[in-house]
Design a protein around this ligand. Sequence first.
Ligand code: NDP
Ligand code: BG6
Length: 518
Amino acid sequence: MASGEWHMEKRSSIRNESFDRVDSEGSLECGCLSIIVLGASGDLAKKKTFPALYNLYHQGFLPPSEVRIFGYARSKMTDDDLKDRIRGYLVPSKNATPELLEDVSTFLRLIKYVSGSYDAEEGFQLLDEEITKYEREQNTHEGVSRRLFYLALPPSVYPSVCRMIRLHCMNKSKTGGWTRIVVEKPFGRDLQSAEQLSSQIGELFDESQIYRIDHYLGKELVQNLLVMRFANRFFVPLWNRDNIDNVQIVFREDFGTEGRGGYFDQYGIIRDIIQNHLLQVLCLVAMEKPVSLKPEHIRDEKVKVLQAVDQINDEEVVLGQYEGYKDDPTVPNNSNTPTFATVILRINNERWEGVPFILKAGKALNSRKAEIRIQFKEVPGDIFRCKKQGRNEFVMRLQPSEALYMKLTVKQPGLEMSTVQSELDLSYRQRYQGVVIPEAYERLILDTVRGDQQHFVRRDELKAAWEIFTPLLHRIDDGHLKSIPYKPGTRGPAEADTLLEKAGYVQTHGYIWVPPTL
Ligand code: NDP
Ligand code: BG6
């Protein structure tokens, strides 16, 4: 069967299934669906939101008979201008077969652009007219409409945009349907501003309508964390302070702020990566088993972990800024904004007391990767004299080359009784050949359509996350903590490795995991 036919068949079968489905809020998962991308002219919309929507469409999750996509922004553009802007991002040029390009064109026909400002009524009234017109044209299920607003916008305009949506663009059908709002990070700059933003939005929408996206929660290996931890007997007795010496959660990029210097300088690496992406991962590593997989049960456990985190000690923080960062004309010459940070968090509870959680993130380093590294304590009574070879580690490589691997000491094959470091390796590319791992944004947009908030940040979770980092961030903003310069293309400041060692991490020498090639 040609792949086009397969997709058509798949689309229609998914669509038929969807007519019987009820989402987790109890709303019918059918009727026309309008997805409105606000900030459609922007970087995120072009690089992530529209490509994710295309991929969902391509896989049959957004059937053209039910879905329309509206772009909204201030820029004066025609529908075709918007389509030309995003077209090149939807399919990598190396994969662009005539069949796929035809598919892209069909997808683009679903898009309509509306121009208007973020705080004036006319634009939103016009947007509502366009959505309503489309809804009226659809006579599938009487009156049921679903409206998903994706705010790919700077947070400064969230309150006015939410007010305008509330006033003019809500789903009006009496028989069902819904209105949902997806908001992007950063949610504020500190506890106070985040709380203010939360209350402004909270006055307009119920918590069940607000989807605070953290795209790390949509990554395949992050989603695997709960399964690894709670579906495998191996880990159950080991996952605690008696066996685990330290935990590292690492994010590294081998490029700098590249054209985003102006944005980045107001936030820095802690607000950009650590307070949200890495802290969300920490919650999943450290939380207790939830009562069930219901979103509220999972989020309850995450909040408990955050609430048990101690105040950060300045002695357990290293900040860095790469040389050349200030060459960006939008970055002030005296900027102290960290582009690198290592921060140790300590969780004051029965499971984790004494175990450092080392969160590391940096830009312009010597490699690009994100991983979780659980380092175990040494085996008491070292009869093989193999302690120096290294400790057991369980590593979840989130990206690139997704993998789970366990570093073990084994007998070196041969006549001698000697030991060597090796690994049990579950490399996804090798094990799941031909399986395409979905982009985080695809999964999360689909969750929003289905009303599943499990992988979104709840308001109390956000508050607890800001409570942990706000005092430290204020000390950095006040200049009490300084960023150490480091050369681009290196590991960052040497002081960070010293801190790691002081925290108890023991580096394995003479062994390196190499992702298998096919
Ligand atoms: P952009 O700076 O590209 O802004 C998006 C759109 O918002 C612009 O096209 C512009 O549209 C409008 N806009 C920009 N500045 C202002 C302003 N000061 N006041 C009102 N409108 C403005 O942002 P991104 O697309 O990069 O990001 C959008 C959101 O997503 C942000 O919250 C960002 O932090 C977050 N994010 C971005 C990521 C990325 O990779 N880019 C990754 C993760 C999160 P117009 O002028 O046409 O109205
Ligand atoms: C974004 C940050 O949230 O995540 C960027 O604002 C960063 O600075 C990006 O580059 C990294 O995302 P990923 O999915 O490529 O690891």
